[in-house]
Unconditional design. Structure first.
Lengths: 104, 171, 737
């Protein structure tokens, strides 16, 4: 077996990113969209950690950054879900298509 | 060799979980798939000797965020939404664009593969096991990245306040 | 009393008379305004049997032979002060006559018979450039020149003027405006005297214009009648046309000679500076032609004679004084005064002679068929004036003045007699309704007889000598020609004929008047018959002053007229011309011719109108077109009317009116239209271009926004898609670099 290089991780990260992007752009259900965003964030984290690992154990910056990303993801998920709940209360829908009040 | 196998297992878990996330009709199924994917990511962290992050991922992401997700799913009653059409009208175009983006990313890789010592096997681990991973992160976090740390805490505060405000019935 | 130095009094007296009339006349002789001024002879002649008493009261029955010294006061209430008018106006003229006679007598005593008195400089000197570049001063003085020529004229004017004034006291007795008439007459005499006594052309022109004015006033004396007013206007306007030529000639003279004084001009012309313009038409010829044109207006020659027949609208004394004796001779006087000029311009002289001859025959031909007694005499005047110009044209200047002299006598006589006839007939002027007056108005008849014989040119009376001399000069002078002589002769024949036609129709034969008119026929008062008699005597003897050289058996004394005037017209050229073909036998033969012609004319007239009165009517019927042509005065008035009055004036007025309406008003309207039009364009521009640009900008932006609007779907996922695309594009750009 060939050794796992950083490229593998990057490729994996890229794939996960794309999957997440597809989810964001494609699904109508807002909850699913939020989940896809989490996927994207995780892909980024994988990327960061991969590079951190590549640079060696005396470069934890990637991981630190990944912690921050996770923090951000948490905050964002909380607020986003809060918005979703507020939206659901007002519009009785969780579908992104049906929220087009700012149409021209 | 074990790394390779584990990598592939975790990788598959991650990707498969991701794919399932975006394709399930039921939101709960998507949530569960996401959990699986996150677990896979955690495993990948572990493979890369990011133990702290592995722990944080499990605890925070899966234990916090996904639970939150599940709560909200239950709150907004997605049964009705599950009966709707799931994919919006732009899915084809979006897919095409994403595939193009993917191709582009591949091209980036191709062009930039000499920039990094990417082919190197990760981490020869010279006697720098002096400090453990968590310790090192902690050092970095509270010295070099103190300000972002504090700001992040502030951010969390704001998020808490915001989500409470958003979700209240009456402000 | 040095009459010569007091020449200025001669014109002053009549002026004083006129001024007194103007200021005091109304007080002296107030007449009720309701009485329209109507006098015998005013009614138009086309109404046969019309009661010629017209505006008179019914109570106008005065007995015959009423010898009043003054007014005829029947039915009219005359102011007792009227005699003052009678005293003042004729009296002033009498004074002028006395002074003139005295001045002439004293002039005759002078060795050099020229007396010039300059009273003061009237027009101050204005320097100007003459034609030859010298600087001259335009100045005219108020000066009087008494020389043989003007002495003849002033004697004629004042003498005959006085007689006519006396006559008028009788003739105009019934009229309103009595004082006005005499005022105008005196004013006229004043202006005429100024004309003949002036020592320069400008002052002459003052008199010239003044007599024109008085002529207008007097012709239109019966201003209530439209025809009188029209005739006055016609006279004045036609005169004006001539005056334009006169003024131009005068100005040309000023520019060439630098002076307008007679003595100076004559000196310049006679000192050899200028040679006779035999070759071509030079500046002198232009000058003389222009001045002659002025004379045609004043003296009624072709083409400006048309006013004289119409001038018969005025009272008969006016016709006698102004249009027989004096005003119309002003032109002759002026040309004679400019003899020095005309002697140097043979071409113009030829023109003068030709026009004179043709006028004479034209007028005589018209007079043949006229029915109004005064019209016949008017055309006769035009014809005789033609003779005078014929004489001037052939170089016989003294003969022309001689004819003026004699003509004044017999023409004034004829007019006054006709006035007497009209007075007798109670206003009837048409000869067709007269006849058989011989025994009823004997004095008038005999005086008119004398006058007619005189004008016909029967030897022994005035007209013979002067007319015959004219004919001889025309024949013999180098400037005359046989053609002109022939024309003159034919005119003489016609003159005799129409005068005796007049006599026969008026006095002889049965009376053709209406019964009531016949009953009223009466002789005129002494105030009228007295002057007639005096003039008749004058007509007989005046001619003896100018007996031709041929009749040398009468001695030098009888050739006094020629010798009297000789210094005025003396010049080398004139002498040479006169001493030309002086063949005695030819002269006798020609004299015989003219006498025979005259006698023949008289006989034929007697035959036609007395013995066989039917002949004229048959002739008229046979030669109807010719008769019509002559009766209608050769349609000259109609032609003038068509060309000038209707053509120029009305047509011009129409044109101008059309011009004003279409061009001027059209321009104004067009400007308005243009303004509105441009405003519409501006409005269009503003609406479509300016506003359009603004609206287009908005439209353009709106159009641009449509694609953008499509992008704004409101769906978050669409935006997310664009973010992805954008991000990838960015990255792609940077990697590709």
């Amino acid at each position: 077996m060939h050794p796992i290089t950083t490229v593998h991780y990057l490729a994996l990260s890229a794939a996960l990113l794309l999957i997440g992007t597809v989810g964001v752009l494609t699904r109508r259900n807002i909850v699913i969209i939020l989940m896809s965003i989490e996927l994207i964030l995780n892909a980024v984290n994988i990327n960061l950690v991969a590079f951190s690992h590549m640079l060696g154990p005396d470069h934890p910056q990637g991981q630190v950054f990944a912690i921050f990303v996770i923090t951000d993801a948490v905050a964002e998920a909380a607020v986003g879900l809060g918005i979703l709940i507020a939206l659901f209360r007002n519009k009785e829908t969780v579908l992104a298509d049906e929220i087009d009040l700012l149409k021209w | 060799m074990l790394d390779t196998v584990l990598f592939y297992i975790f990788g598959v878990m991650t990707l498969l979980g991701g794919i399932l996330t975006i394709t399930r009709r039921s939101a709960v199924h998507s949530a569960i798939s996401l959990i699986v994917s996150l677990l896979g990511v955690a495993g990948l962290y572990l493979l890369q000797h990011a133990e702290f992050l592995f722990a944080v991922q499990i605890v925070l992401y899966v234990g916090g965020i996904m639970v939150l997700f599940l709560f909200v799913i239950m709150l907004v009653n997605l049964d009705l939404a599950a009966k709707e059409r799931q994919f919006n009208r732009q899915w084809l175009v979006a897919l095409a664009a994403v595939l193009a983006a993917g191709a582009e990313l591949g091209y980036f890789f191709y062009r930039g593969k000499d920039a990094f010592r990417l082919a190197d096997v990760a981490a020869a681990l010279p006697g720098a096991e002096a400090l453990g991973n968590t310790e090192m992160i902690g050092n970095s976090l509270f010295s070099e990245y103190l300000l972002p740390f504090e700001v992040a805490s502030l951010l969390l505060l704001v998020a808490v306040v915001g989500s409470v405000v958003m979700a209240k019935k009456r402000i | 009393m040095n009459f010569l130095d007091q020449i200025w009094l001669i014109p002053l007296f009549p002026l004083l008379g006129a001024a007194l009339m103007l200021l005091l006349g109304k007080k002296l002789d107030p007449q009720p305004e309701s009485e329209v001024a109507v006098a015998p002879g005013v009614e138009p002649i086309y109404e046969h049997g019309h009661d010629a008493h017209g505006g008179h009261d019914a109570g106008h029955g005065h007995d015959h032979g009423d010898a009043h010294a003054g007014a005829h006061g029947h039915g009219h209430h005359h102011s007792p002060l009227r005699f003052l008018v009678n005293l003042i106006c004729p009296g002033m003229i009498l004074l002028s006559f006395i002074f003139s006679a005295g001045a002439v007598y004293q002039l005759a005593q002078l060795p050099h018979r020229v007396h010039q008195v300059i009273q003061f400089t009237w027009l101050a000197g204005l320097p100007f450039h003459m034609a030859n570049g010298q600087i001259a001063t335009f100045s005219a003085d108020w000066g009087f020149l008494l020389d043989p020529l003007s002495s003849v004229m002033i004697l004629v004017i004042t003498g005959i003027g006085f007689l006519i004034h006396v006559y008028s006291t009788g003739y105009m007795a019934h009229d309103n405006g009595y004082y006005r008439f005499f005022g105008y007459l005196n004013l006229f005499v004043f202006f005429m005297l100024m004309l003949v006594l002036a020592n320069n052309y400008v002052l002459l022109f003052v008199g010239w214009e003044g007599v024109g004015l008085c002529s207008y006033l007097l012709i239109g004396f019966y201003f209530h009648k439209k025809s009188a007013g029209d005739a006055g206007k016609k006279a004045f306007i036609v005169n004006r046309v001539g005056d334009a030529g006169f003024v131009l000639g005068m100005l040309l003279m000023l520019s060439v000679f630098g002076t307008v004084r007679f003595t100076d001009v004559n000196a310049i012309l006679r000192n050899g500076h200028f040679t006779a313009e035999t070759a071509g038409f030079g500046v002198l010829s232009a000058m003389s032609l222009l001045m002659f044109f002025g004379a045609t207006g004043k003296s009624a020659q072709i083409p400006l004679y048309v006013w004289l027949p119409d001038a018969m609208e005025g009272p008969t004394p006016v016709s006698a004084l102004i249009h027989a004796a004096t005003m119309v001779t002003a032109g002759v006087y002026m040309v004679a005064r400019s003899a020095a000029l005309f002697q140097l311009t043979p071409h113009t002289s030829t023109v003068v002679a030709t026009i004179g001859a043709f006028t004479a025959i034209l007028a005589a031909s018209i007079a043949l068929v006229q029915n109004d007694i005064k019209r016949v005499l008017a055309y006769s005047t035009v014809s005789q004036l033609g003779y005078m110009f014929l004489a001037l044209g052939v170089g016989a200047y003294w003969v022309a003045i001689f004819h003026v002299f004699t003509h004044a006598f017999f023409k004034a006589l004829l007019f006054l007699c006709s006035g007497s006839v009209i007075h007798a007939m109670g206003g009837e002027q048409d000869m067709r309704y007269m006849g058989g007056l011989k025994n009823k108005i004997p004095v008038t008849h005999w005086t008119m007889f004398v006058g007619s014989v005189a004008i016909a040119g029967i030897p022994g009376l005035a007209g013979f000598f002067s007319k015959d001399e004219i004919l001889w000069q025309t024949y013999s002078s180098p400037q005359g020609s046989q053609l002109l002589w022939g024309i003159g002769l034919a005119t003489a024949a016609m003159t005799a004929f129409y005068m005796w036609r007049l006599m026969n129709l008026t006095f002889y034969g049965p009376s053709r008047a209406a019964e009531d008119v016949q009953a009223h026929i009466h002789e005129s008062p002494v105030s009228m018959t007295g002057p007639l008699t005096v003039l008749a005597i004058g007509s007989v003897f005046a001619g003896w002053l100018g007996v031709p050289k041929l009749w040398s058996l009468f001695g030098e004394g009888f050739r006094s007229f020629e010798s009297w005037l000789a210094p005025v017209f003396a010049s080398a050229a004139a002498e040479a011309a006169k001493e030309g073909a002086h063949d005695a036998s030819t002269e006798w033969i020609l004299m015989g011719f003219s006498v025979a012609i005259a006698v023949m004319g008289i006989t034929i007239a007697r035959y036609f109108y007395y013995h066989k009165p039917g002949i004229p009517d048959t002739l008229e019927k046979k030669l109807r077109p010719l008769h019509g042509l002559l009766y209608q005065k050769w349609y000259v008035d109609e032609i003038y009317d068509f060309i000038f009055v209707n053509g120029l004036c009305k047509g011009g007025g129409l044109l101008l009116g059309a011009f004003d309406r279409n061009v001027v008003d059209g321009g104004v309207n067009g400007a308005g239209w243009l303004t509105r039009f441009t405003s519409r364009i501006s409005m269009w521009w503003d609406t479509w271009i300016v506003d359009g640009t603004v609206r287009f900008t908005a439209f353009f932006v709106k159009m641009l926004s449509y694609p953008v609007c499509i992008l704004q779907t409101g769906r978050v996922q669409a935006y997310a898609f664009f973010i992805l695309v954008g991000a990838m594009a960015f990255l792609g750009y940077y990697v590709a670099r």
